[in-house]
Design a protein around this ligand. Structure first.
Ligand SMILES: [Zn+2]
Length: 328
């Protein structure tokens, strides 16, 4: 996306950044927070361009000058981008960044670094970065990007200015899926996932998600009414369906949507992830208090967090189901 396009999708964010650039009042560190597909990465690159571009129109970079092109190609000397290596961002990566900047620090001028999926920093990487945020050696702008701000260290959050990227309007996404011939039930669940998981070019994945959704409906029914069944379903259906970490995470999301729907039904809100299950959701809403639902949401989020720590998935899921069932 270019600046204008992104501004249409994220007017608040882009207007704020525009004004800060114009007035020369950028913070030293920003935390860009929002769902996948909301344009955080584009915004960070565009902001870097807006700072270095030689031919910009007000704050809008030209995309054409040597500075802009170097940033596009990831080889601008003063703009560094850090991505996770494997599953995490390691201390060595943060140290390499600091070394590079210390070395270049002799040449005056702004340095920008962008950390994608910043929540994937290991504890030691995060602590290294923290020192860097506190004592940069030259004028530095840090752009930390995350889809999971609650996995980040409070100390990093408190030293950054948090910028929330708005999720794309879900109703719009649902309609798009329906126009492609999907049922309302399928569209309502797929629209909750980013395009690279459930988009047009992922037909197999779509079927897989819809099947996963049906497993959730079965599983929550068992959790609520036939708990003696649930571990068997986990073993025979759930685990074979959600095989790697990314898939298991999606499985937990599907489960999360169910409990969120219970709250929505309680508040008489529309926009359910499981619109065809309204009657079952109503029953669950009668049986569980708001507090009990909130507790279950917490437990699922906690399971999502632990999933990243290479725990045994079967154990993790067994414990989760027991928690969901007992509410303890
Ligand atoms: Zn330019």
């Amino acid at each position: 996306m270019n600046w204008e396009e992104l501004k249409q999708e994220q007017p608040t964010v882009m207007t704020m950044l525009e004004q800060s650039v114009e007035k020369g009042r950028l913070a030293h560190a920003y935390l860009f927070e929002g769902m996948k597909g909301t344009g955080k990465r584009d915004a960070s690159i565009l902001l870097a361009k807006a700072l270095f571009c030689q031919d910009k129109t007000e704050t809008i970079p030209c995309e054409n000058c040597i500075q802009c092109r170097r940033i596009s190609h990831g080889n601008h000397p003063d703009v560094m981008i850090v991505d996770p290596e494997g599953n995490s961002i390691k201390k060595a990566q943060v140290e390499a960044l600091q070394k590079e900047f210390a070395y270049k620090g002799m040449e005056a001028g702004l340095k920008v670094y962008i950390v994608n999926e910043a929540d994937k920093m290991t504890a030691s990487a995060a602590n290294s970065l923290l020192k860097f945020l506190e004592e940069p050696e030259s004028p530095t702008l840090a752009l930390l990007l995350t889809e999971n701000v609650h996995f980040m260290l409070d100390t990093i959050i408190s030293r950054s200015q948090k910028i929330a990227f708005a999720p794309p309007p879900i109703q719009k996404r649902i309609s798009l899926y329906e126009e492609q011939g999907l049922t309302q039930a399928a569209a309502s669940i797929l629209a909750r996932f980013p395009d690279d998981i459930a988009g047009e070019y992922a037909e197999e994945k779509r079927d897989w998600i819809v099947h996963g959704r049906n497993l959730v409906i079965q599983l929550v029914e068992e959790v609520q009414h036939r708990p003696q069944q649930m571990l068997l379903t986990l073993q025979e259906k759930w685990l074979p369906h959600f095989t790697d970490r990314q898939e298991q995470d999606i499985g937990l999301d599907l489960l999360l949507f169910w409990y969120r729907d219970i709250l929505s039904v309680k508040y008489e809100q529309d926009n359910l992830a499981y619109p065809d299950q309204r009657e079952k959701l109503k029953q669950d809403a009668l049986q569980l208090s708001e507090k009990e639902v909130a507790k279950r949401l917490q437990q699922i989020l906690e399971a999502k967090r632990r999933l990243r720590a290479n725990v045994n998935v079967q154990l993790l899921m067994e414990q989760l189901l027991l928690h969901l069932q007992e509410g303890s």
